[in-house]
Design a protein around this ligand. Structure first.
Ligand code: PNS
Length: 347
């Protein structure tokens, strides 16, 4: 038996000890083909590991670390030898013992795996297999995969997770996908005419609380803005560029519809002095009537920004005053130029 692909491609593995039923080369190859380009770092767990061929193949193809669980002392020795042959001694951990006991240990340590292989002996009762399967699925990272090799297909749904089953002669391989992580997306809407240091502070603080923040630049406003929504969005992109989980979009129509399109249930607004509250409260209530599951969360403006507004920036810039510190430095020159003489009378 040899490693099929990756860094250790072609490495010959140690002879299979008596009593171990290795995954055949054909099944191994098809299995890895169906996993495709899945091997992007992460930790792999190889249960009932036998010679460790599956876990080592995953290491060879890009997994970072592997844990092998094997009851037989001779098989565990073969895994160590195979890790040595493939040059992966430092990335492999061999746990000798019963799978149930080792799963308990991994659970209590809070370990999570990107990829899990389980090749239980076919003689294990179906009920016991179902129990192991459910427990190992709980160890998957969101979006991770578990590969279950058996003599017959597992129950239709294991732990609420549906698998894709393929038959290779007498071997049945089912690939389960871990729960997809639901991204917590928040919308930061506004006119941003122009974006101020206060807006930026709120956007940054929101980006630390949510998985993703969509800055929504209102397009159809009663106010006639000096810059188009697209131009205002470009200025925000310039200053939020370093934050990977922030994107900027132009918003047409209702905020609640935009939020639905973006998969967001939360809108984040900055709140300054008492005067903001009245209109924000009204908007939040109206949005809730339009979309009952929609929540509005407020982030208190930092004290140094509590006096700051886009209209104040427009007014100062239009009269030739400096707005340094009031808007991010990267857009200072543009703001001074665009708003000079543009009039600061709007709100
Ligand atoms: O910076 P602003 O002017 O306070 O931003 C106002 C904005 C764009 C957030 C608000 O006008 C808005 O949500 N517009 C979208 C249209 C809408 O959904 N209106 C009903 C909300 S009461």
């Amino acid at each position: 038996m040899r490693i099929i692909a990756g860094r250790a491609r072609g490495v010959r593995l140690a002879p299979v000890p008596d009593g171990v039923r290795p995954t055949s080369d054909r099944v191994r190859e098809s299995l890895f083909n169906s996993l495709g380009q899945f091997f992007d770092g992460g930790e792999v767990l190889d249960l009932y590991a036998g010679t460790g061929a599956l876990g080592i193949e995953a290491l060879s193809r890009g997994c970072e670390r592997a844990v092998f669980v094997e009851r037989s002392g001779r098989a565990a020795a073969a895994i160590r030898e195979n890790l040595r042959r493939a040059g992966f001694e430092v990335c492999g951990e061999v746990l000798r013992g019963e799978v149930g006991e080792m799963l308990g240990r991994l659970e209590s340590e809070g370990r999570r795996f990107y990829l899990i292989f389980a090749d239980p002996p076919y003689r294990i009762a179906r009920g016991a297999q179902g129990d192991v399967l459910e427990r190992l699925l709980a160890l998957l990272t969101p979006g991770g995969r578990a590969v279950w090799e058996s003599g017959e297909p597992p129950a239709e749904r294991a732990g609420g997770v549906r698998g894709v089953t393929r038959h290779y002669g007498g071997t049945v391989v089912t690939i389960f996908e871990g729960p997809e992580q639901e991204l917590r997306v928040a919308i930061c809407p506004g006119s941003f005419d122009p974006v101020t240091s206060g807006h930026l502070d709120v956007i940054q603080r929101a980006s630390e609380l949510f998985d993703h923040v969509v800055v929504a630049v209102g397009k159809n406003m009663r106010k006639s803005a000096k810059l188009s929504a697209e131009e205002r969005a470009r200025l925000i992109e310039k200053v939020t560029g370093p934050w990977d989980n922030v994107s900027v979009e132009v918003m047409e129509g209702l905020l609640v519809n935009f939020a639905r399109e973006q998969g967001a249930r939360v809108v984040v607004k900055g709140l300054r002095a008492g005067s903001d509250f009245e209109s924000e409260f009204q908007q939040a209530q109206l949005n809730r009537t339009l979309y009952p599951e929609f929540e509005t969360a407020f982030i208190m403006a930092a004290p140094e920004h509590s006096f700051l507004s886009s209209s104040a920036v427009r007014e100062i810039a239009s009269l030739g005053g400096s707005v340094k510190g009031l808007v991010p430095d990267e857009i200072l020159e543009t703001v001074q130029r665009v708003y000079l003489d543009a009039g600061g009378e709007q709100t």
